[in-house]
Write a protein that binds this ligand. Structure first.
Ligand SMILES: Nc1ncnc2c1ncn2[C@@H]1O[C@H](COP(=O)(O)OP(=O)(O)OP(=O)(O)O)[C@@H](O)[C@H]1O
Ligand SMILES: [Mg+2]
Length: 248
Protein backbone atom coordinates (compact mmCIF):
# COMPACT_ATOMS: atom_id res chain seq x y z
CA UNK A 1 0.00 0.00 0.00
CA UNK A 2 2.85 2.36 0.81
CA UNK A 3 4.54 1.74 -2.54
CA UNK A 4 1.29 2.33 -4.36
CA UNK A 5 0.75 5.46 -2.22
CA UNK A 6 -2.64 4.20 -1.07
CA UNK A 7 -2.62 6.21 2.11
CA UNK A 8 -6.23 5.84 3.16
CA UNK A 9 -6.21 2.06 2.79
CA UNK A 10 -3.00 1.88 4.81
CA UNK A 11 -4.58 4.03 7.49
CA UNK A 12 -7.59 1.71 7.64
CA UNK A 13 -5.39 -1.36 7.94
CA UNK A 14 -3.00 0.18 10.44
CA UNK A 15 -5.71 1.52 12.70
CA UNK A 16 -7.53 -1.79 12.86
CA UNK A 17 -10.62 -0.42 11.12
CA UNK A 18 -10.45 -3.18 8.54
CA UNK A 19 -13.71 -4.61 9.84
CA UNK A 20 -15.37 -2.07 7.57
CA UNK A 21 -14.55 -4.55 4.81
CA UNK A 22 -15.66 -7.69 6.60
CA UNK A 23 -19.18 -7.59 5.19
CA UNK A 24 -18.02 -8.08 1.59
CA UNK A 25 -17.57 -11.70 0.62
CA UNK A 26 -17.56 -11.10 -3.13
CA UNK A 27 -13.92 -10.26 -4.00
CA UNK A 28 -14.89 -7.90 -6.79
CA UNK A 29 -17.19 -6.00 -4.47
CA UNK A 30 -14.45 -5.95 -1.84
CA UNK A 31 -11.90 -4.50 -4.27
CA UNK A 32 -14.44 -1.92 -5.31
CA UNK A 33 -15.11 -0.94 -1.69
CA UNK A 34 -11.41 -0.68 -0.85
CA UNK A 35 -10.69 1.41 -3.94
CA UNK A 36 -13.65 3.63 -3.25
CA UNK A 37 -12.37 4.56 0.23
CA UNK A 38 -9.10 5.64 -1.32
CA UNK A 39 -10.83 7.68 -4.01
CA UNK A 40 -13.11 9.42 -1.52
CA UNK A 41 -10.18 10.25 0.77
CA UNK A 42 -8.21 11.70 -2.14
CA UNK A 43 -11.14 13.77 -3.29
CA UNK A 44 -11.50 15.16 0.21
CA UNK A 45 -7.79 16.05 0.38
CA UNK A 46 -8.02 17.81 -2.97
CA UNK A 47 -11.11 19.65 -1.84
CA UNK A 48 -9.34 20.87 1.28
CA UNK A 49 -6.37 22.00 -0.80
CA UNK A 50 -8.68 23.90 -3.13
CA UNK A 51 -10.25 25.68 -0.17
CA UNK A 52 -6.85 26.51 1.24
CA UNK A 53 -5.66 27.90 -2.10
CA UNK A 54 -8.87 29.90 -2.57
CA UNK A 55 -8.03 31.99 0.52
CA UNK A 56 -11.60 32.64 1.54
CA UNK A 57 -11.56 35.05 4.51
CA UNK A 58 -14.48 33.13 5.96
CA UNK A 59 -16.78 30.34 4.90
CA UNK A 60 -20.24 31.58 3.91
CA UNK A 61 -22.97 29.75 2.07
CA UNK A 62 -26.26 30.58 0.41
CA UNK A 63 -27.95 28.49 3.08
CA UNK A 64 -26.89 30.88 5.79
CA UNK A 65 -27.93 33.94 3.80
CA UNK A 66 -31.27 35.28 4.97
CA UNK A 67 -33.07 36.30 1.78
CA UNK A 68 -36.03 37.58 3.80
CA UNK A 69 -33.95 40.53 5.04
CA UNK A 70 -32.19 41.11 1.71
CA UNK A 71 -35.11 41.54 -0.64
CA UNK A 72 -33.21 43.18 -3.47
CA UNK A 73 -31.90 39.79 -4.63
CA UNK A 74 -33.99 36.80 -5.62
CA UNK A 75 -33.01 33.59 -3.89
CA UNK A 76 -33.86 31.62 -7.03
CA UNK A 77 -31.47 33.75 -9.11
CA UNK A 78 -28.62 33.09 -6.70
CA UNK A 79 -29.45 29.38 -6.50
CA UNK A 80 -29.38 29.28 -10.27
CA UNK A 81 -25.94 30.95 -10.30
CA UNK A 82 -24.78 28.44 -7.67
CA UNK A 83 -25.32 25.76 -10.34
CA UNK A 84 -22.11 27.35 -11.69
CA UNK A 85 -22.89 27.35 -15.41
CA UNK A 86 -21.64 30.94 -15.40
CA UNK A 87 -18.14 29.62 -14.73
CA UNK A 88 -18.22 27.29 -17.73
CA UNK A 89 -19.34 30.27 -19.81
CA UNK A 90 -16.68 32.57 -18.27
CA UNK A 91 -19.38 35.04 -17.26
CA UNK A 92 -19.00 37.57 -14.47
CA UNK A 93 -21.04 38.45 -11.41
CA UNK A 94 -21.06 41.94 -9.93
CA UNK A 95 -22.47 42.83 -6.53
CA UNK A 96 -22.91 46.53 -5.86
CA UNK A 97 -24.35 48.21 -2.79
CA UNK A 98 -23.76 50.02 0.48
CA UNK A 99 -21.90 48.48 3.44
CA UNK A 100 -23.13 45.34 5.13
CA UNK A 101 -25.82 44.31 2.64
CA UNK A 102 -24.24 40.94 1.86
CA UNK A 103 -21.98 41.52 -1.15
CA UNK A 104 -18.97 39.71 0.27
CA UNK A 105 -21.18 37.01 1.76
CA UNK A 106 -22.78 36.20 -1.61
CA UNK A 107 -19.44 36.39 -3.44
CA UNK A 108 -17.92 33.91 -0.99
CA UNK A 109 -20.98 31.67 -1.14
CA UNK A 110 -20.64 31.34 -4.93
CA UNK A 111 -16.91 30.79 -4.54
CA UNK A 112 -17.44 28.10 -1.93
CA UNK A 113 -19.96 26.35 -4.17
CA UNK A 114 -17.43 26.48 -7.00
CA UNK A 115 -14.53 25.18 -4.90
CA UNK A 116 -16.80 22.42 -3.61
CA UNK A 117 -17.52 21.32 -7.15
CA UNK A 118 -13.87 21.17 -8.17
CA UNK A 119 -13.27 24.64 -9.57
CA UNK A 120 -10.08 26.48 -8.88
CA UNK A 121 -11.04 29.72 -7.10
CA UNK A 122 -9.09 32.69 -5.76
CA UNK A 123 -10.51 35.27 -3.40
CA UNK A 124 -8.68 38.56 -2.96
CA UNK A 125 -9.46 42.09 -1.95
CA UNK A 126 -9.01 44.67 -4.71
CA UNK A 127 -6.37 46.39 -2.61
CA UNK A 128 -4.32 43.20 -2.27
CA UNK A 129 -4.52 42.58 -5.99
CA UNK A 130 -3.37 46.08 -6.82
CA UNK A 131 -0.59 46.01 -4.18
CA UNK A 132 0.58 42.65 -5.43
CA UNK A 133 0.82 43.87 -9.01
CA UNK A 134 2.52 47.08 -7.92
CA UNK A 135 5.12 45.14 -5.95
CA UNK A 136 5.79 42.91 -8.95
CA UNK A 137 7.00 45.93 -10.95
CA UNK A 138 9.94 46.30 -8.59
CA UNK A 139 11.38 42.87 -9.24
CA UNK A 140 10.31 42.54 -12.85
CA UNK A 141 7.75 39.78 -12.23
CA UNK A 142 4.66 41.73 -13.37
CA UNK A 143 3.79 39.42 -16.26
CA UNK A 144 4.11 36.32 -14.10
CA UNK A 145 2.05 37.76 -11.25
CA UNK A 146 -0.63 39.00 -13.66
CA UNK A 147 -0.67 35.57 -15.30
CA UNK A 148 -1.18 33.91 -11.93
CA UNK A 149 -4.43 35.84 -11.42
CA UNK A 150 -5.62 34.56 -14.77
CA UNK A 151 -5.10 30.90 -13.94
CA UNK A 152 -8.14 30.36 -11.77
CA UNK A 153 -11.55 29.35 -13.08
CA UNK A 154 -13.05 31.98 -10.81
CA UNK A 155 -11.38 35.13 -9.53
CA UNK A 156 -13.23 36.97 -6.75
CA UNK A 157 -12.22 40.60 -6.33
CA UNK A 158 -13.76 42.03 -3.19
CA UNK A 159 -14.11 45.61 -2.02
CA UNK A 160 -13.34 47.62 -5.10
CA UNK A 161 -13.90 51.24 -4.15
CA UNK A 162 -12.51 51.64 -0.67
CA UNK A 163 -9.40 53.02 -2.22
CA UNK A 164 -8.98 55.31 -5.24
CA UNK A 165 -6.56 53.86 -7.76
CA UNK A 166 -3.83 55.89 -9.41
CA UNK A 167 -3.03 55.57 -13.11
CA UNK A 168 -0.67 52.64 -12.74
CA UNK A 169 -3.05 50.72 -10.51
CA UNK A 170 -5.97 51.52 -12.84
CA UNK A 171 -4.00 50.15 -15.74
CA UNK A 172 -3.10 47.02 -13.78
CA UNK A 173 -6.71 46.50 -12.87
CA UNK A 174 -7.67 46.88 -16.51
CA UNK A 175 -5.14 44.21 -17.42
CA UNK A 176 -6.63 41.79 -14.92
CA UNK A 177 -10.13 42.31 -16.34
CA UNK A 178 -8.88 42.23 -19.91
CA UNK A 179 -7.02 38.97 -19.31
CA UNK A 180 -10.14 37.45 -17.76
CA UNK A 181 -12.48 38.61 -20.52
CA UNK A 182 -14.28 35.60 -22.01
CA UNK A 183 -11.65 33.29 -20.47
CA UNK A 184 -12.27 33.32 -16.75
CA UNK A 185 -15.14 34.28 -14.45
CA UNK A 186 -14.77 37.26 -12.19
CA UNK A 187 -16.96 38.07 -9.22
CA UNK A 188 -16.55 41.66 -8.21
CA UNK A 189 -17.99 43.51 -5.25
CA UNK A 190 -18.01 47.27 -4.83
CA UNK A 191 -19.66 49.80 -2.60
CA UNK A 192 -19.42 52.41 -5.37
CA UNK A 193 -22.03 52.67 -8.13
CA UNK A 194 -20.71 52.61 -11.70
CA UNK A 195 -21.25 56.37 -12.06
CA UNK A 196 -18.52 56.87 -9.46
CA UNK A 197 -16.01 54.57 -11.09
CA UNK A 198 -14.57 57.35 -13.24
CA UNK A 199 -13.41 59.06 -10.04
CA UNK A 200 -12.24 55.76 -8.59
CA UNK A 201 -9.94 54.97 -11.51
CA UNK A 202 -8.75 58.46 -12.33
CA UNK A 203 -8.93 57.64 -16.04
CA UNK A 204 -12.19 57.76 -17.97
CA UNK A 205 -10.85 55.75 -20.91
CA UNK A 206 -9.70 52.90 -18.71
CA UNK A 207 -12.99 52.90 -16.80
CA UNK A 208 -15.07 52.50 -19.92
CA UNK A 209 -12.76 49.76 -21.17
CA UNK A 210 -13.04 47.94 -17.85
CA UNK A 211 -16.83 48.27 -17.65
CA UNK A 212 -17.22 47.23 -21.25
CA UNK A 213 -15.42 43.93 -20.70
CA UNK A 214 -16.68 43.30 -17.20
CA UNK A 215 -20.34 43.81 -18.09
CA UNK A 216 -20.45 42.24 -21.55
CA UNK A 217 -21.36 38.84 -20.04
CA UNK A 218 -22.35 39.66 -16.49
CA UNK A 219 -24.95 39.07 -13.84
CA UNK A 220 -25.43 42.36 -12.04
CA UNK A 221 -26.91 42.77 -8.57
CA UNK A 222 -27.69 46.10 -6.95
CA UNK A 223 -28.10 45.25 -3.30
CA UNK A 224 -29.98 47.71 -1.16
CA UNK A 225 -31.07 48.19 2.40
CA UNK A 226 -29.72 48.48 5.86
CA UNK A 227 -26.42 46.97 6.93
CA UNK A 228 -26.84 43.50 8.32
CA UNK A 229 -24.03 44.32 10.72
CA UNK A 230 -26.22 47.02 12.27
CA UNK A 231 -29.39 44.97 12.11
CA UNK A 232 -31.34 45.43 15.34
CA UNK A 233 -28.83 48.06 16.46
CA UNK A 234 -30.22 51.29 15.00
CA UNK A 235 -32.27 52.50 12.07
CA UNK A 236 -30.22 54.83 9.93
CA UNK A 237 -32.33 57.36 7.96
CA UNK A 238 -31.59 55.63 4.63
CA UNK A 239 -33.18 52.43 5.88
CA UNK A 240 -36.56 54.17 5.79
CA UNK A 241 -36.11 55.19 2.20
CA UNK A 242 -34.10 58.32 2.93
CA UNK A 243 -31.08 59.29 0.93
CA UNK A 244 -28.09 57.02 1.48
CA UNK A 245 -24.80 58.97 1.49
CA UNK A 246 -23.40 56.35 -0.86
CA UNK A 247 -26.22 54.78 -2.83
CA UNK A 248 -25.48 51.37 -4.30
N1 LIG B 1 -29.06 38.62 4.32
C1 LIG B 1 -28.09 38.16 5.15
N2 LIG B 1 -28.27 36.99 5.82
C2 LIG B 1 -27.33 36.54 6.68
N3 LIG B 1 -26.17 37.18 6.94
C3 LIG B 1 -25.94 38.34 6.30
C4 LIG B 1 -26.88 38.88 5.37
N4 LIG B 1 -26.37 40.02 4.89
C5 LIG B 1 -25.17 40.17 5.46
N5 LIG B 1 -24.92 39.17 6.33
C6 LIG B 1 -23.75 39.05 7.21
O1 LIG B 1 -23.42 40.37 7.64
C7 LIG B 1 -22.03 40.59 7.59
C8 LIG B 1 -21.73 41.69 6.59
O2 LIG B 1 -22.08 41.24 5.28
P1 LIG B 1 -21.06 41.37 4.07
O3 LIG B 1 -19.67 41.26 4.58
O4 LIG B 1 -21.46 40.44 3.01
O5 LIG B 1 -21.34 42.87 3.66
P2 LIG B 1 -20.81 43.71 2.42
O6 LIG B 1 -21.98 44.05 1.57
O7 LIG B 1 -19.69 42.99 1.81
O8 LIG B 1 -20.30 45.04 3.14
P3 LIG B 1 -19.00 45.95 2.89
O9 LIG B 1 -19.30 46.86 1.72
O10 LIG B 1 -18.86 46.74 4.15
O11 LIG B 1 -17.86 45.03 2.65
C9 LIG B 1 -21.40 39.27 7.22
O12 LIG B 1 -21.07 38.58 8.41
C10 LIG B 1 -22.52 38.53 6.49
O13 LIG B 1 -22.41 37.12 6.63
MG1 LIG C 1 -17.66 43.25 1.83
Amino acid sequence: MKRLKLRRIREILESGEEEVFSGYSDPVELIFQVAQREVLAREETQRQRRFHRARFPDIKTLDDFDFSVQKSVEESTLQELAQLDFIDRAENVVFLGPPGVGKTHLAIALGVAAADRGHDVLFCRAEELVDDLYASLADGTFKRVLGRYGKHDLLIIDELGFLDLDRTASNHFFQVINQAYEQQSVILTSNRPFQEWAALFDDAVVVSAILDRLLHHAHLFNLKGQSYRLKDKFDPPWAQGGEHPNPG
